[in-house]
Design a protein around this ligand. Sequence first.
Ligand code: ZN
Length: 135
Amino acid sequence: MTYSFPKPKDVTKEPEIIRYPDGPRGRQVINMATEAGRKEYRYRTWLMWQRQAGRCCLEGFIPQCPGKLPWEEASFEHEAIRGMGGAFRDDRIELPNGQWINGASHIVCNALRGSRRMTFNGVRTPYSAPEEGDL
Ligand SMILES: [Zn+2]
């Protein structure tokens, strides 16, 4: 007997990397307990770091932020910080309509931000490309 891809036995063996608590088009929560999950999380941080042109997403929000963000210091910054452990956590970096969510920040800025809510992406979308100095 042959199976078309994906083989059911392989799918059920794989640990869940991304959970969709609100359905397939809703929030995504990456399973950090798996190596594949941690890789995905780091990859998304890298994508955000790229789209921010190597600048911290909290630049202008955190007075101490130097702006320029070396990749080694980049961390995944959640806009909805209060939900990190629970009902509002969202590890997506873009909404279905293309709007950016979350960002890459200095680990230090992340700590300085604390639990304050900051909508640092505003209403920016890929169709309103940031100006130089805008990030
Ligand atoms: Zn920063």
